[in-house]
Design a protein. Sequence first.
Length: 166
Amino acid sequence: MAKKNEHIEDDEVRFTVEEGVETADEQPDAQQDDSTKEHLTAKLKKKIDQTSEADEAPSASLRLRDVLGGDFLWTVVRRQIWLIVLIVVIVIAYVAVRYQCQQDAIDIAQLEKDLVNAKFESLSSSSNLTRMSRQSNITDLLEKNDSVMLHAANQPPFIIDVPEEN
């Protein structure tokens, strides 16, 4: 079995080093141990060289050069990109909803004006109809128009009583 080295701190580069297990048939010689150590050391150096500054965690110290150069801002933006996208979406939605509410308020005000105008027009039409349907106006219209055979009654109307049959 292979044994792994597990003791690593958070700021260190993490590598797993496996120690070889010897079998009864194989006897380690000094040359093979040296080549194995050199091979592992070469692999370790290669891994360290492959890591870039972008892979490293930013240091706790804040330098003026990092702030002025934009490295600090880019690091913050890169870490918080989804939060920034969410905030932008929320702001866009807020502006859109506010604009829609303002448009609705303008439409409501216009409809209220139209309603008041319709009420006044209805009241005016109703008063004209009442004025035109008075008996005195109808009588005047009949007297002016000779072609109509209608005339006002000279005698008052009378009521005919009809007894009900049971």
